[in-house]
Structure formats: structure tokens, C-alpha cells
Design a protein around this ligand. Structure first.
Ligand code: MG
Length: 166
């Protein structure tokens, strides 16, 4: 059984993960408009992964005999000035998700809900990976700068990464 405080916090994080899916979908839509199909594929896959994270919370709340609450999502932008701006925003977003997971981790610890704490370990580790992956793409886009041919190559590489899941 979840305490009311943990249940509310878990539902808040379910919303954060769904919002993440929505944000990545908006980013994918922007990349489609500028013919960066590889980036769009990668971002679309990322959106699916975020939906998967949301479903983990959905299932966990139900498994603990809690009640799922689906909250309002914010509009997700699909206008960006560049691919670099997309990934800088994605990195900022992932850092805010990490902060939310850390806060949730602290809350379940305070509530002595150790089953939730152990379950959240996966998310704490996942966020390390998310920040590293997105941060690397930001660095690569900075390296590329204005060179269209290099961006074209990275777009092909992103399609490959989306396919292989790296
Ligand atoms: Mg996530």
C-alpha cells in the first residue's frame, strides 16, 4: 500500500514522464520539418521510451494498490531555431527530470517506503544514461557548427542509433 504522500508523488512523476514523451514528440516533429529524418527517428524513439517510463509508474502505482491519476499535460513546442537548440533543450529537460527523480527518491526514503526506494533505483541509473547520451549529441552538434555536410552525416548516424538503440 502506498502512503497518500507517496501516491501523489508517484502520480506527479507519471505526469513528468508523459510530459517528456510529449516534449520529445514535439522535437521530432520539428526535425521532420527541416528534413532531419534521422534526428526525427531518434527523438521519436526517445518519446516512446518516455512513454514506457510513464507506464512503469502507472503499473507500479496499481501494483501497490494505489490509484493512478492522469494530470493535465502542457503544450509541447514543435518550433526550434536549430537541431543544437533541440538537444540543448533536451539536456536541460533531462536534468530537470533527474532532479524530480532525486526529489522523489528522498520523499520515499523519508516515508520509509523502501520497496518504492528500491524500485526507483532503476530510474536513478537511467537518468545518468539519458544525460550522458543527450550531452554527447549536444557536444557533437557544437563540433559540427554550420557545416551542413557534417550535419547530414550525423543525421544518418542518428537514424542508425535509433535503429540499434545506442
Ligand atoms: Mg524518463
Amino acid at each position: 500500500m502506498l502512503s497518500p504522500r507517496v501516491q501523489q508523488a508517484m502520480n506527479d512523476q507519471l505526469q513528468v514522464e508523459l510530459q517528456s514523451a510529449y516534449v520529445y514528440l514535439g522535437m521530432a516533429a520539428y526535425c521532420e520539418t527541416v528534413s532531419l529524418g534521422g534526428f526525427a527517428q531518434w527523438l521519436h524513439k526517445q518519446a516512446e521510451e518516455e512513454y514506457g517510463h510513464a507506464m512503469r509508474f502507472y503499473t507500479f502505482v496499481n501494483d501497490r494498490q494505489g490509484k493512478v491519476e492522469l494530470k493535465t499535460l502542457d503544450a509541447a513546442p514543435s518550433d526550434y531555431p536549430s537541431a543544437l537548440a533541440v538537444f540543448e533543450k533536451a539536456l536541460e529537460h533531462e536534468r530537470s527530470v533527474t532532479a524530480a527523480i532525486d526529489k522523489l527518491y528522498e520523499l520515499v526514503h523519508d516515508e520509509k517506503d523502501f520497496a518504492s526506494q528500491a524500485w526507483l533505483d532503476w530510474f536513478a541509473t537511467e537518468q545518468v544514461e539519458e544525460e550522458k547520451t543527450v550531452g554527447t549529441i549536444v557536444d557533437q552538434l557544437k563540433m559540427i557548427g554550420d557545416r551542413g555536410e557534417a550535419l547530414f552525416m550525423l543525421d544518418k548516424e542518428m537514424a542508425n542509433r535509433a535503429r540499434t538503440g545506442v
